[in-house]
Design a protein around this ligand. Structure first.
Ligand code: PXG
Length: 306
């Protein structure tokens, strides 16, 4: 067998033919948007990111996403090297360059290029890139029929080891849970805290409804303070409900009237079965449907114009 290292053609890149990527201050075609193998974002998952949506020519809750990005960066002592206003302009320019009105935006800041050691001090400049592309929507039947989800044995990172509110590039904890969910035949995983309380799903927050109460875990249980989660909590009063953050267990989910997940990509998505137990009627709940409608209305009404 030959041990010669051969050049193999790269697989085709995702996105449209002329997708423009923001990379370190310039917009470049996607073929030129390449990073060093010495970038610590790649070598160590050392960096932070945001997933953002634009609806109908407006960027939904952009300030909240940028606030969270800067908090994540501050927590890992990463100087983004740009102001929040400059980063906002970069996001809007990337959308304009690609003539996108409805889009998924991935904003990533890595520690940048360094040597093969962990030391972040050896990385003089962060890498900043923004991908804006058409949004790949979840299959329609996920919303009309609801999701089946399972709890998994992989526990959410302890906040004493890696605080889940740091939206870092290191998603292996979530990916391991996602793999477990897949093995068990479910699309999504419910992750518990080390103490056994419900934390969140792999890329979504979780809520249950009991009567007129909307309940979601606090960040101390390992839940990211999701932007969609925040919007849904604000909307609760418009549909005659009260929202609260508190610790709860899978028992509360199994015996809930309704359960749903929230996230930038998924928006608000009903859950109809957990660990083989039908939730409520076993079909998407009435109050969840009202929240989905209220959320859609909100996304069409507010946001930073592109
Ligand atoms: N929890 C975790 C762990 C997340 O990563 C959310 C909750 C929801 O937060 P927002 O702010 O989006 O409402 C997220 C964010 C994906 C994907 O491909 C999703 C996220 C992150 C990365 C990838 O589905 N969601």
């Amino acid at each position: 067998m030959s041990t010669e290292v051969k050049a193999v053609p790269a697989p085709p890149l995702p996105g449209g033919p002329s997708l423009q990527i923001y990379l370190n201050g310039a917009l470049v075609p996607k073929e030129q948007a390449v990073l060093s193998v010495f970038d610590h974002g790649l070598l160590y998952g050392d960096g932070v990111f945001e997933g953002i949506r634009a609806y109908n020519g407006r960027v939904f809750r952009l300030k909240e996403h940028l606030d969270r990005l800067f908090r994540s960066a501050q927590a890992i002592v990463l100087d983004i090297g740009m102001t929040q206003d400059e980063l906002q302009t970069a996001v809007l320019q990337t959308l304009q360059a690609n003539a996108l009105r409805d889009a998924y935006i991935r904003l990533v800041v890595t520690r940048g290029v360094g040597d093969l050691g962990l030391d972040p001090k050896k990385c003089p400049r962060p890498t900043v890139f923004i991908i804006a592309d058409k949004i790949a929507l979840y299959p329609k039947e996920c919303y009309s029929q609801g999701l089946e989800v399972n709890t998994v044995s992989t526990r959410r990172n302890s906040s004493q080891a890696l605080n889940p509110n740091i939206k870092s590039l290191n998603y292996l904890n979530n990916i391991l849970a996602k793999i477990e969910a897949g093995v068990s035949g479910a699309r999504e995983a419910i992750m518990l805290s080390l103490e056994g309380y419900v934390a969140e799903c792999t890329g979504d927050n979780i809520f249950f409804i009991k009567g007129k109460r909307l309940v979601t875990p606090p960040s101390t249980a390992g839940a990211l303070e999701g932007i969609t989660r925040g919007a849904v909590m604000q909307l609760s009063s418009t549909v005659g409900m009260t929202a609260e953050e508190r610790l709860f267990t899978t028992f509360d989910l199994y015996t809930a009237d309704e359960v749903f997940l929230t996230g930038t990509a998924a928006e608000v998505i009903p859950v109809v079965k957990i660990d083989a137990r039908p939730i409520g009627s076993g079909t998407p709940g009435h109050q969840t449907k009202r929240l989905i409608e209220a959320f859609h209305t909100l996304t069409q009404q507010e946001g930073v114009p592109i």
